[in-house]
Design a protein around this ligand. Structure first.
Ligand SMILES: C[S@@+](CC[C@H](N)C(=O)[O-])C[C@H]1O[C@@H](n2cnc3c(N)ncnc32)[C@H](O)[C@@H]1O
Length: 370
């Protein structure tokens, strides 16, 4: 029987962190191969047969079961080669169970460097079209949308362009939110007047976490300048307070639902947080300092913040091994669900979302209205 492999996608430079956390959780996996942003593991047979298997990890942007790889310079030949092992492995009647085709390139740069942002590229779309051109005839109608978000439980064919002329392919089932998106990157429409790329981070964290943040909810961000993430929250109709000693962008300042407290978090009056439902922190300080600041707020007797969206800066690679301790500390504040992910739009940082605090006892209707 041939060996089975799995591939995982991460940010460039996060390969070691990803490898360590995967091998720590799955001691029967064997590291096989890696390129920047792309890591493969040899996996036991039973993992492939396990319908419920999901690869989860802070640094796992997305993943798939590997089927093979092809390389060459003739795109049509590569596209035909993409289908060969699939047609050998699955009868024609089974192939239509694959509901989507996702094609993407591994990251070229750290997100934000040289204007680079992760996501589906024109090359990836062109390769996808080529693959579809060579789709085998299965004797029935088989729509196979390219690079669209999948639905829960859909089976997806994956093609990772590790190099433009080196395609690795496989499949996965859409389970956790990021596995619905091509390459684990949400397709976010940024506004023309986007204040900063932190807009993308906040938009992704909201999509990934599925926090029920709604229009009229009060949110606070610590470390809010110049205002990209506040812009994303304001767009959703939230009532936003930004805490930052630095200047905010005039666009945010002019928004009627925005308040700027020009101060450091610890200088702000404690009653500021009393009617707040959601707290974000994105201060450029070490994780311990961010957690100290947030703990001082959430441990106040009259404060009941339902959810936290914390950006923890991995200022030192050694901090990666402390992520479980950070999560444990956040749980000790009463949040039952704490999840960490290096978002596709994060740089050397991770996003931690905490939820599951007991329902607030205050009157729901009065606190969201202006
Ligand atoms: C990465 S920037 C924040 C970007 C911002 N979230 C946005 O969307 O544009 C970090 C900010 O943290 C702020 N900061 C650092 N320490 C802080 C503190 N103790 N309290 C509040 N803000 C702080 C800095 O002034 C800086 O503007």
């Amino acid at each position: 029987m041939s060996a089975h492999f799995l591939f995982a996608i991460c940010q460039i430079g996060a390969e070691a962190a990803l490898k360590n956390e995967v091998l720590w959780k799955h001691s029967d996996f064997r590291f096989a191969y890696s390129r920047p942003g792309f890591v493969t593991f040899r996996i036991p047979d039973d993992v492939v047969r396990d319908r419920k298997f999901e690869l989860r990890g802070t640094f796992v942007r997305t993943w798939g079961f590997s089927i093979g790889k092809v390389s060459g310079t003739d795109g049509h030949q590569l596209a035909r080669d993409f289908w060969k092992p699939l047609s050998e492995r699955y009868p024609a009647s089974v192939l239509p169970q694959f509901k989507h085709l996702h094609v993407w390139q591994r990251d070229r740069e750290l997100p934000g460097d040289f204007g680079y942002e992760p996501g589906v590229t024109p090359l990836a779309d062109a390769v996808g079209e080529l693959i579809l051109e060579h789709k085998p005839d299965v004797g029935t109608d088989w729509p196979l949308p390219l690079n669209e978000d999948a639905q829960e439980d859909d089976r997806i064919l994956d093609c990772v362009l590790v190099e433009p002329n080196e395609w690795w392919f496989g499949w996965h089932r859409a389970s956790s939110m990021e596995t619905h998106w091509p390459g684990g990157v949400p397709q976010i429409e940024s506004p023309d007047d986007m204040i900063s790329r932190t807009y993308l981070k906040m938009a992704e964290s909201l999509l990934w976490s599925e926090l029920p943040i709604q229009s009229g909810h009060r949110c606070i961000e610590i470390g809010s300048a110049p205002g990209g993430s506040c812009q994303a929250l304001l767009e959703r109709g939230c009532l936003v307070t930004g805490i930052d000693p630095a200047e905010m962008d005039p666009l945010v300042m002019a928004h009627r639902n925005f308040t700027h407290l020009r101060a450091k978090a610890k200088e702000v009056k404690r009653n500021t947080f009393q009617k707040v439902r959601w707290l974000a922190a994105d201060a450029n300080v070490a994780p311990k300092y961010t957690l100290d600041m947030v703990e001082a707020i959430v441990s106040q007797p009259n404060v009941r913040i339902e959810g936290l969206i914390l950006t923890l800066k991995m200022t030192d690679p050694e901090l990666v091994s402390d992520i479980p301790l950070f999560n444990k500390r956040i749980r000790s504040w009463g949040y039952r669900q704490v999840r960490a992910r290096q978002l596709a739009f994060n740089r050397q940082e991770v996003c931690v979302v905490a939820t599951g605090l007991n329902p607030p006892v205050v009157d729901e209707t009065s606190r969201d209205l202006e």
